[in-house]
Design a protein around this ligand. Structure first.
Ligand SMILES: C[S@@+](CC[C@H](N)C(=O)[O-])C[C@H]1O[C@@H](n2cnc3c(N)ncnc32)[C@H](O)[C@@H]1O
Length: 255
């Protein structure tokens, strides 16, 4: 199980990270007391909000990070529970009304196969709602990959670059999997950060976590310092800094 996640670091940009979550939730059409699964639920704070917003009978939040699940609400609302688990392997045939995954699917490969498993877990008429980042071409990502390639014999690949499909490919996959209705869009979120240095703090909570294991904690700290220097060389040491962030939102109704 991956445990490089740090809920405190991740939540430093909680407001910015929340907007796509609620934009995704807004795509879910109302269902009477649905059964919901939130795949890659993180610390569960937003899962609790989703459970309430959808008026769910039961919501299961699943995450592979013990640190994230440990940070989940200790006394969750009625019908809300959390469990350790792998979103790539999760399946429960014809059991849920809404399968929801915000900013988590990008961590695993073979999205067609994973989305097929999730769709088979939907009841007839069930809904799939998924959001993935699509910003692998931003220097925040390319500089990390470039630097890691110089320092590591086998640098872990950027999951966003490796795993995330083009928006139109998700549309094709949804259609092939039997989603009669669908909505797929690329959206640019505009984040006003205090400075370019904050981009480093942002990715420390997400994409740079993949380097914790190969470098070890001290090596990772040094890597982050080198990364900061190089990134500021590319973006400039600017204040404020506008961080444009592309994301793909997809929704489908299974028929
Ligand atoms: C960027 S966070 C998003 C958390 C939450 N969905 C949100 O919107 O705030 C990504 C989460 O995906 C989880 N994750 C990554 N790979 C996973 C896997 N294979 N199975 C389950 N969870 C995974 C991580 O542990 C992390 O909590």
């Amino acid at each position: 199980m991956n445990d490089r996640w740090d809920p405190v670091q991740y939540n430093r940009f909680a407001a910015e990270r929340e907007q796509p979550f609620w934009d995704l939730a807004a795509l879910v059409e109302p269902v009477e007391r649905p059964v919901v699964v939130d795949l890659g639920c993180g610390d569960g704070r937003l899962t609790a909000g989703l459970h309430e917003m959808l008026g769910a009978r039961h919501t299961l939040g699943i995450d592979s990070s013990a640190a994230m699940i440990a940070a989940a609400p200790a006394q969750p609302a009625e019908g809300l529970e959390f469990a350790l688990g792998d979103l790539a392997a999760w399946e429960e045939p014809a059991s849920v009304d809404v399968a929801f995954a915000n900013a988590s699917l990008q961590w695993v490969p073979d999205h067609r196969a994973v989305l097929a498993r999730w769709s088979e877990s939907l009841r007839p008429g069930g809904q799939l709602a998924v959001q993935v980042p699509a910003n692998a071409d931003h220097p925040a990502h390319t500089v990390a990959a470039e630097l890691a390639a110089e320092l590591l014999a086998e640098p872990p690949p950027d999951p966003v670059a490796e795993n995330v499909l083009a928006p139109e490919d998700y549309a094709v996959v949804l259609d092939e999997l039997g989603f009669g209705d669908q909505h797929v869009r690329l959206q640019v979120y505009v984040h006003h950060l205090r400075s370019t240095r904050e981009v480093v703090e942002w990715v420390k909570g997400t994409t740079l976590t993949r380097f914790k294991e190969p470098f070890g904690q001290e090596g990772w700290d040094r890597f982050v310092d080198l990364y900061r220097t190089r990134l500021l060389g590319v973006l400039g040491d600017r204040s404020p800094y506008l961080y444009p962030f592309k994301r793909i939102l997809l929704w489908g109704r299974y028929s």
